[in-house]
Design a protein around this ligand. Sequence first.
Ligand code: NDP
Length: 314
Amino acid sequence: MSDSIEQIECLIIGSGPAGYTAAIYAARADMKPVLYEGLQPGGQLTITTDVENYPGYPDGIMGPEMMDNFKKQAIRLGTDVRFGMVTSVDFKNGGPQKVIVDGTKEISAKSVIISTGASAKWLGIPSESRLNGSGVSACAVCDGFFYRGSDVAIVGAGDTACEEASYLSKICSKVYMLVRRDEFRASKAMQHRVLNTPNIEVLFNTETDEILGDTTVEAVRVSNNVSGEKREIPIKGFFVAIGHTPNTEIFKPYIEMDESGYIITEKGSSRTNIEGVFCAGDAQDKIYRQAVTAAGSGCMAALDAERWLAAKED
Ligand code: NDP
């Protein structure tokens, strides 16, 4: 191996709550972690506003500020946080793991923690990005509370959309569920729950044309794709729940994943099918997807990596 290749004990890929928590634990365990932030430093929380459900912040905290705090804590404890994007890997059982950053820099890591997260899918209409964070959200559990007592709409027909519609129905006065086909994709149990909630109105064959409002959401214009009928529905919040894409593409040739690209970890641990490669956060979680669960799994990954390295050196 060439002398110019940097040797790292613990490489963390991704800078959301999972990555920074892994970094905090790895640094305290003297594993000298190096963390690459990726394309969206701070992860999904940097595009939300108030975070009111992360324990320890009685008055809530803004998402970007919280991630800045995570970063400061990781750095103070000794993490080498770097701006850069891991562009390819070459993993082998037991390592060392070859990792390429920004297409050029090669690193050799004894252990790797993947915490690259997932990205919400969006409809792709201009008003959606213009009003993102001002009434448009991809996380009902994060942002639903801001619309308590108001009317909201949610687009999607899978388990996530049904779960989030049920959640919103408890806080909001009315929830319009916009379903593009004439049926749900969600499991029967979830469908049943939605259809039996009096303040959820499901609009089948309905597509979103535009979200209306200058600075905040005021209404949504929808059209029925069978009858062609258009209507405007006054709402304060517009939620998109049409799925997420885990940011795991570069690991595909090496790491076991489910059909949607979520990394499979051993039950009750962060271990992947490659010894020495661990995974935490939304890259392996399509169910909970919360900052606090991601942080918890980041802690698990650092502890698993530490134990694995210690056992290897025995
Ligand atoms: P899914 O991929 O299952 O569903 C996405 C939904 O969004 C589909 O109904 C799809 O419509 C709709 N959609 C996609 N693009 C658009 C668009 N441009 N306009 C309108 N609608 C659109 O994603 P989920 O996030 O719901 O679920 C992901 C996985 O996680 C699933 O396997 C699910 O079972 C699982 N899950 C399980 C939970 C649990 O067990 N408690 C909770 C949440 C998720 P169409 O049907 O027409 O394609």
